[in-house]
Design a protein around this ligand. Structure first.
Ligand SMILES: Nc1ncnc2c1ncn2[C@@H]1O[C@H](COP(=O)(O)OP(=O)(O)OP(=O)(O)O)[C@@H](O)[C@H]1O
Ligand SMILES: Cc1ncc(C[n+]2csc(CCOP(=O)(O)O)c2C)c(N)n1
Ligand SMILES: [Mg+2]
Length: 315
């Protein structure tokens, strides 16, 4: 795998804390200097999923792990079925973001000894109901004692007969689209009950509509610059075009996170056909353009979610 530049703005000392870094800086630091040893690893760290090319032509395997932690990703009072559902759906959103088809899941569970068995049973029901609905198989996992309830889901998916869509394919002049509406995910409960855009992602990849694609988990303000940097191209946003959830505002749409919608680039000349042929219920909206004259960052004050920066309910 390719190591990313660390971009650490100061020298670390033995006293430095994780909270001195952003999530991205910590990951960069941990994998600095790591080089992939296998040719079949097509994409890895910094993409939504790792991509492994199988020996058969145009067969790619996708892998993604996501953690769902009490008081970080859900409140103790959240319905347990919804917690389990969310834990799987988070990883499915990353598979969707490459146009993949989910196949198998491994589930890690951390539970306190004082936890009610019924709560964990309900949590598992939410998770397995979604897996069944999607037609994927639960093939194993791990269970451990933990002070804080957590679920770690690893999903294995594939693209068979077509290439997965990376974050790095956007080019000058491409149109930038988003599915659904953005903002207010936590307060509205969307963060528990969102529908991962699996069919939409596959359609966009199979039909060669999307050139670059990712899912929005940390907020457009953080995630779009990631796509721009991966593609090495700037962007220009039409702020008024951003689809905002009812009762929320532009700031929510840019910074709240957990939208779990698809962000993708399309060649300008395909834009009209895309809109005409879009076969799904969820709407798509053009929100800007990739441009070599544009910036790769949003203006100051728009910043998405970061696990190590101070936010709601920090401890
Ligand atoms: N501890 C780690 N070691 C190695 N790679 C990591 C580690 N944590 C995250 N990564 C990789 O870093 C990238 C960013 O991780 P992250 O989980 O934020 O993915 P994302 O797709 O940006 O966000 P989300 O999972 O919320 O959609 C991914 O490619 C992920 O596989
Ligand atoms: C109790 C509670 N507090 C805050 C939030 C909001 N939240 C948590 S993680 C995240 C970004 C994506 O996470 P990751 O980067 O891990 O994929 C956001 C916006 C929540 N859902 N529950
Ligand atoms: Mg992602």
């Amino acid at each position: 795998m390719q190591s990313k530049k660390t971009n650490i703005p100061f020298s670390l000392t033995s006293e430095s804390l994780v909270s001195d870094l952003s999530e991205e800086q910590l990951i960069s630091l941990l994998v600095e200097g790591w080089r992939k040893s296998k040719r079949e690893v097509i994409a890895s760290i910094a993409e939504d999923c790792a991509v492994i090319q199988a020996e058969k032509k145009e067969l790619y395997y996708l892998f993604k792990m996501d953690a769902t932690v009490e008081n970080v990703h859900f409140d103790p009072s959240s319905p347990p079925e919804w917690i389990g559902r969310k834990a799987l759906a988070r990883a499915l959103s990353d598979i969707a973001s490459m146009g993949g088809e989910p196949l198998y899941a491994l589930v890690g569970l951390g539970v306190n000894r004082t936890e009610k068995v019924e709560r964990i049973k309900q949590l598992y029901k939410g998770l397995t109901d979604l897996a069944r609905a999607i037609g994927m198989d639960l093939i194993g996992g791990e269970t451990t004692k933990s002070n804080q309830l957590f679920i770690v889901v690893t999903v294995w998916g594939k693209t068979d007969g077509y290439k997965p869509i990376l974050r790095s394919g956007a080019e000058d002049g491409d149109s930038l689209f988003v599915t659904g509406v953005l903002g207010g995910s936590y307060d509205s409960g969307h963060h528990l009950l969102f529908i991962p855009r699996i069919q939409e992602g596959q359609w966009l990849a199979k039909g060669q509509w999307a050139k670059a694609m990712m899912d929005l988990s940390d907020g457009l303000a953080t995630d779009l610059p990631r796509m721009a940097k991966a593609s090495n191209i700037g962007f220009e946003i039409d702020y008024e075009a951003i689809p905002v959830r009812k009762n929320y505002g532009l700031h929510n749409a840019l910074t709240d996170g957990e939208d779990y919608e698809l962000l993708f680039s399309v060649a300008k000349e395909k834009e009209i056909d895309l809109i005409k042929n879009w076969p799904f219920e969820v709407p798509i909206k053009k929100i800007g353009t990739f441009s070599k004259n544009g910036k790769m960052e949003f203006q100051d004050g728009y910043r998405g979610f970061d696990h190590f920066q101070k936010s709601r309910g920090d401890y």
